[in-house]
Design a protein around this ligand. Structure first.
Ligand code: C2E
Ligand code: CA
Ligand code: CA
Length: 525
């Protein structure tokens, strides 16, 4: 029975709730963890982009300034060393980025800001520098003054006089770059690359480009200078992954706990039903029952509806079983009685005196200690002497034989009638029909369904009808959907008919309208 309910259909056991909650937690963890790591990653990429731009700007400024300084030194190449050595030395001394300036004439270095007059073949000092280029750059393992200290050197050709130019050795220790990098804690190293030589923050020696890590995070190039700067950093650092995992884990656990709480505390405790009652989510509809002789409405069956704000309309089969499992059938049936009583005044004008009002009773209510009290209170809340109340009970409810016998006698004494609902679907109930005095047999719609177009009906239906006649019980056929079914049932002497062929269950307003324009059903006579 519990398996029928809308919630427990999916969550029948604690283990299932746990499994579902864990799954929800894992999904939430993956989702939130993934989003966090992607966010951190894109933030990091953006900060690498900014750093790249800053370093490019710094390097451009550095070389542009160097070029303008050397431009102002170019005229000194017209003079001999002893005439300009002092000037050259002071130029170098005032330029923090320059170790030494060297004047060059016809491929020979002839004057140095550091050592004064000299004569040395430029090919010997910097074999890789092309003196025909207007600007060229190279990396050296050291200079004569500082042999073990690698340096970047730059050549600037004199644009006016052929064969002359200025050569500069630079103070490059990557300090300014590292200063930049302090903003970017995940930067592992940097390398200045010229041709196939590289100076890195990792080593004090000149390296070959092939020795560098293969995938730099960013490469910075300069437009007019043959020099590159490579940045090596982590795009997925362990720290980010840890933060993502931690965030995912926290959210996963929270979602899992929330899910478990919702499923166990809220749904399984039956709070939903009590809340539904309080918030007016339940309503009733009425399905007309038609007299087979006059083909006129003789009464209605009251059916309950639950319009759940999240789950939508929940079928009564589901919520009745749920309410029974939660021991909430008594409050729910009392609420049903309230809803009927609320409509009763208006209902009097639609249904004639003596009209039958069929009300379904849940099996567990029948045997509850407050049953008689509840019924009496309900009857008292209805307009006196107008409706004939019929309580519909399924065969299953008659198994507690003694109790049922007493109850049925009491109900008859009070003037209520009893209908056996869904007749034919229960087990071993036939014997009770003889013992109890019951007023109506409602033939289950499963049998009515078997009445096909121009076909003979099922032997069970035949047997049920014969039995009803023998016990002289009034019969009601449920679930009549076609003209053929209605006609066949009338021919077989069934007393009342109910089903979509006549009308679906209707709200009070719809019932009023339906009653006003009731059809003649000539096709059935
Ligand atoms: P039931 O007592 O057998 O009620 C008849 C059911 O058959 C209703 O379903 C009705 O809408 C449906 N029906 C009527 N005519 C036709 C037809 O021609 N074709 C088809 N296919 N169906 C038709 P509903 O309203 O979904 O109710 C289902 C069951 O839930 C009821 O079966 C009854 O056992 C229970 N129920 C409904 N309202 C209440 C209530 O207020 N209290 C209790 N305890 N049970 C209720
Ligand atoms: Ca019924
Ligand atoms: Ca039924």
């Amino acid at each position: 029975m519990f398996s029928k309910n809308i919630f427990s259909r999916y969550f029948t056991s604690i283990r299932q709730i746990a499994a579902f909650s864990i799954l929800a937690g894992i999904l939430a963890a993956l989702l939130i963890g993934g989003i966090t790591s992607l966010t951190l990653h894109s933030k990091r990429e953006a900060s690498y982009d900014m750093l790249t731009q800053d370093i490019r700007d710094y390097l451009s400024r550095f070389f542009n300034e160097l070029q303008s300084t050397t431009s102002s030194i170019q005229p000194l190449t017209l003079s001999d060393c002893h005439q300009v050595a002092g000037e050259l030395t002071s130029r170098a001394a005032f330029n923090a980025n320059v170790r030494a300036f060297v004047l060059v004439r016809n491929g020979e270095a002839y004057c140095s800001s550091a050592t004064g007059s000299m004569l040395m073949d430029m090919h010997q000092i910097v074999p890789d520098i092309d003196l025909n280029q207007s600007v060229d750059i190279d990396i050296l393992h050291g200079t004569p003054m500082m042999p073990g200290k690698p340096t970047v050197t730059a050549w600037f050709k004199n644009p006016v006089i052929a064969g002359r130019g200025v050569f500069a050795t630079l103070n490059v220790d990557l300090t300014p770059y590292l200063l930049f990098s302090t903003r970017q804690s995940d930067l592992v190293s940097m390398a200045i690359i010229v041709g196939n030589k590289a100076l890195t923050t990792q080593s004090n020696n000149v390296m070959n480009v092939s020795e560098l890590p293969t995938h730099p995070t960013r490469i910075i190039t300069l437009q007019n200078y043959p020099i590159k700067l490579a940045l090596y950093g982590e795009t997925w650092p362990a720290e980010d992954i840890q933060i993502s995992i931690l965030t995912g884990l926290v959210f996963g656990i929270l979602s899992s706990a929330l899910c478990a709480w919702l499923l166990t505390v809220r749904l399984r405790s039956g709070k939903e039903i009590l809340t539904g009652i309080k918030r007016g989510q339940f309503s009733v509809v009425y399905q007309p029952v038609v007299n087979a002789k006059e083909l006129k409405m003789s009464g209605v069956e009251v059916l309950m509806r639950w319009n759940h704000p999240i789950a939508g309309p929940i079928p009564p089969d589901a919520f009745i079983a749920f309410a029974e499992a939660q021991q909430l059938i008594v409050p729910l049936t009392r609420h049903l009685f309230e809803l009927i009583a609320r409509d009763a005044k208006k209902l009097q004008h639609v249904l004639p005196p003596g009209a039958r009002l069929g009300i379904n009773l849940a099996p567990s209510h029948l045997h509850s200690p407050t049953f008689k009290e509840d019924i009496q209170a309900f009857a008292a809340s209805m307009p006196p002497h107008h409706f004939q109340l019929i309580f519909e009970i399924t065969e299953r409810d008659m198994v507690k034989e003694n109790e049922a016998s007493c109850l049925f006698t009491w109900m008859h004494e009070q003037g209520y009638e009893i209908a056996v609902d869904d007749f034919g679907t229960g087990h071993s109930a036939l014997i009770y029909l003889e013992r109890f005095k019951l007023d109506y047999l409602k033939i289950d719609r499963g049998f009515v369904n078997s009445i096909g177009f121009e076909t003979v009906t099922s032997p069970v239906l035949d047997a049920v009808l014969t039995l009803a006649r023998k016990l002289s019980m009034t019969t009601v056929a449920e679930g009549v959907e076609t003209r053929e079914q209605a006609k066949w049932l009338i021919d077989q002497g069934v007393n009342y008919l109910q089903g979509y062929y006549f009308s679906r269950p209707l709200t009070f307003e719809q019932l009023q309208e339906w009653e006003g324009q009731q059809k003649e059903y000539q096709e059935l006579t």
